[in-house]
Design a protein around this ligand. Structure first.
Ligand SMILES: [Zn+2]
Ligand SMILES: [Zn+2]
Length: 346
């Protein structure tokens, strides 16, 4: 089989590896499609994310779907030929976090394509990859693998909305119009938000946010007076989602949310760049809520996609085979030209 292996910053190699053999509760999945995520790009461009550096070659990729081709002796729920979206989270389901319903915070988690433990957990940008039976969620025959692979970022967005609490009738601001910000805006509508505004520094991804249903988009660089308007009367929004990983954006969130409102932090801040104005959070009695990955929301995401409750067409930018993975990663980092770039089998 072939795999996309990151060796260090700007050193991504498509190389042959031996075929994986399933353990008792595992399945072998033949890669159908995979989305390139911001974290994959950090590994590619910087050789790590924040303080986590790659210490050994690692297969990247965690937004994937494909077809089951072999199963271990104890597998009961899936069989060869099943089309599946694959949850990249392998939680232990035994630690205190898992047992209290927070498997996304599992202390023993193995997450595809992550260098935060040693040995690194292999990712799934490989023509064949292993998953536990529990990670595999069947998808309808009609659903494309590219859409099925998007259950992962959609699950991130659903978890953020769930963390926020009720949005029925609320005015929502999302800072950052990358794939996660755009999906949060769509998920906020599903949760009943009456109006969603999305901000970014680039016009092209904001146009995609509009096509995905946002009522209003604002380029904070070219439309600073609109941004200033967000803070009128101590804040215009009931809830805000910070999806850009930018400290300035978080400050804007604090200004833009009404007193007693809620801020959900989803974006990852660069190390040492996240000094929140704590006194303003205190004085407005804001609720600052973290949101990290997802767990049950992965199945919700598959259900929503299967029922056509959300149309992802606007976010898809281009598809590339593994042999052109470097081109795909380069394009995925160009915010003028791409929102979600996919790798596909072949
Ligand atoms: Zn991702
Ligand atoms: Zn656990």
């Amino acid at each position: 089989m072939i795999a996309c292996v990151i060796h260090g910053a700007k050193d991504l190699r498509v190389q042959e590896q031996s075929d994986p053999q399933p353990g008792a509760g595992e399945v072998v999945v033949r890669f159908g499609a995979g989305g390139i995520c911001g974290s994959d790009l950090h590994y590619y461009f910087e050789g790590g994310i924040g303080d986590v550096k790659i210490k050994e070659p690692m297969i990247v990729g965690h937004e994937v779907a494909g077809e089951v081709v072999a199963v271990g002796s104890e597998v009961r729920r899936t069989k060869p030929g099943d089309r599946v979206a694959v949850n990249p989270t392998r939680a232990c389901l035994q630690c205190p976090e898992c047992l209290s319903g927070h498997a996304n915070l599992c202390r023993n988690v193995l997450f595809f394509g992550s260098a935060s433990s040693l040995p690194h957990v292999p990712g799934a940008f490989a023509s064949l990859f292993l998953a536990s039976e529990k990670q595999c969620v069947p998808v309808p025959p009609k659903m494309s693998f590219r859409v099925a692979a998007s259950a992962e970022p959609l699950a991130v967005a659903l978890h953020a909305v769930a963390q926020c609490g009720p949005l029925l009738g609320k005015a929502v601001l999302v800072t950052g119009s990358g794939p996660i910000g755009i999906l949060v805006s769509a998920a906020a509508h599903l949760a009943g938000a009456s109006r969603v505004t999305v901000t970014d520094l680039f016009d092209e991804p904001l146009q995609v946010a509009l096509r995905m249903g946002a009522e209003e988009v604002v380029n904070v660089k070219s439309q600073p007076d609109l941004l200033a308007e967000f803070g009128r009367d101590r804040g215009q929004f009931d809830a805000v989602f910070e999806a850009s990983g930018n400290a300035r954006a978080l400050e804007n969130c604090i200004t833009s949310v009404r007193p007693a409102g809620r801020i959900v932090q989803i974006g990852i801040m660069p190390a040492g760049n996240a000094a929140a104005p704590i006194n303003r959070i205190m004085a407005k009695e804001l609720k600052l809520i973290g949101s990290f990955r997802f767990y049950d929301e992965f199945e919700w995401a598959v259900d929503l996609l299967a029922a056509n409750r959300i149309d992802l067409t606007p976010i898809f930018s281009a598809e590339y085979p593994f042999s052109r993975a470097i081109e795909a990663f380069e394009l995925a980092s160009d915010r003028h030209r791409a929102v979600k770039v996919s790798l596909v089998a072949g």
